[in-house]
Design a protein around this ligand. Structure first.
Ligand code: TRP
Length: 342
């Protein structure tokens, strides 16, 4: 008889797949984040065959000494964004990583089966070294903490961007090393789901949208700031009546990342035909659609930011359930290691 490859006692809910993903609270969110990570997680939360755990991974945001105060500053903004934009808390959870003490405990167990050489080959660590930065031990251990996020909740599917595929391979390696070391399947091996969302271009029309390049369109900034940002979008010099190519038009690409199907189709048509529709018109339409999708929710967003207690209350049932799952997995791991007196 062959050995079972997955733990017999899991914490899963019958008929649901546990989907787990993480977002670092290291800045106010922008349209690029919405498109790449927020919208997919919100959509997944509305699929009844999923049980989604969305983690705000504040511990992961601490690994750079000079930015150690940032996660605490941005956590509420990240949590409020997910709630405001419609993440469904019914049967799903949004949790703050630093509220779950089992994660670093299980990270320790994983670190005791992981070779230093594995961590030395991690891209983020190697990049820090080669750019002459002095990596912290926190950065070095980042992949272990991430693997622990995943195994502490018996995650089955982990949707991430391409840049995270190495981290997920490491998580699988650590699960196998651990299960082999204790001689039975205790930790659940997650399946990566590598998302192929194309990168969203910034208002400079050149580089990927990123807060660090200053080329981003924010989600909930005051309306006049959004307008100013959208008016800055670089376009080519085609005139009012010339046909224009939506594929190379940053205004259209940004609209596509959050707009309704009708708004997208309308702009695409008008650009292609050209007549009487210049880039100024397109920008005005983009501003209107941004106002419709995000501006109409600005008040709710600000309400959460100004009432963190209410935000915490909304998340509490999820935290309670997440703590139960984490406690069960922790016990399973401690039993497998024969830890404890009794
Ligand atoms: N490392 C991920 C990133 O930078 C964030 C992350 C932390 C994560 N823990 C996770 C993603 C667990 C998925 C699952 O994007």
């Amino acid at each position: 008889m062959s050995e079972p490859t997955q733990p017999v006692h899991t914490t899963h809910t019958v008929g649901r797949t546990r989907v787990l993903t993480g977002a670092k609270p290291t800045s106010d969110l922008h349209v690029g984040n919405y498109f790449g990570a927020i919208r997919p997680a919100i959509e997944a939360s509305h699929n009844p065959s999923n049980e989604v755990i969305l983690m705000c991974v504040d511990w992961h945001g601490l690994t750079d000494r000079s930015k150690i105060l940032e996660p605490g500053k941005y956590t509420a903004a990240v949590l409020a964004t997910y709630l405001t934009m419609g993440f469904s808390l019914e049967n799903n959870m949004i949790i703050l990583q630093s509220e779950i003490p089992e994660i670093p405990e299980i990270a320790w167990y994983l670190s005791c089966v992981s070779a230093v050489g594995l961590l030395e080959r991690a891209h983020a660590y190697k990049d820090a070294l080669s750019s002459g930065k002095e990596p912290t031990a926190g950065l070095f251990n980042y992949p272990i903490l991430m693997a622990s996020d995943i195994v502490t909740f018996d995650a089955q599917v982990v949707p991430v961007g391409k840049d995270q595929s190495q981290h997920l391979e490491y998580a699988s390696d650590m699960v196998r090393l651990f299960n082999n070391a204790v001689g039975r399947p205790v930790l659940f091996e997650p399946k990566p789901l590598i998302q192929s969302t194309p990168l969203l271009i910034g208002v400079d029309g050149e580089r990927k949208m990123s807060k660090s390049y200053g080329n981003h369109v924010p989600l909930f900034a005051p309306k006049k700031d959004i307008e100013k940002r959208i008016k800055e979008i670089k376009t080519d010099s085609k005139g009012l009546d010339d046909p224009k190519d939506p594929e190379t038009c940053a205004v259209f690409q940004i609209l596509k990342s959050f707009g309704s199907a009708e708004a997208i189709e309308y702009m695409e048509q008008r650009l292609r035909t050209g007549t009487g529709y210049g880039y100024g018109h397109a920008k005005k339409d983009l501003i209107d659609e941004h106002e419709r999708v995000f501006g109409s929710k600005r008040e709710l967003y600000e309400h959460y930011i100004n009432n963190p207690r209410e935000l915490a209350q909304k998340l509490e049932p999820g935290h309670t359930r997440a703590r139960q799952i984490a406690a069960t997995v922790r016990q399973r791991v401690r039993d497998a290691l024969n830890l404890g007196i009794l």
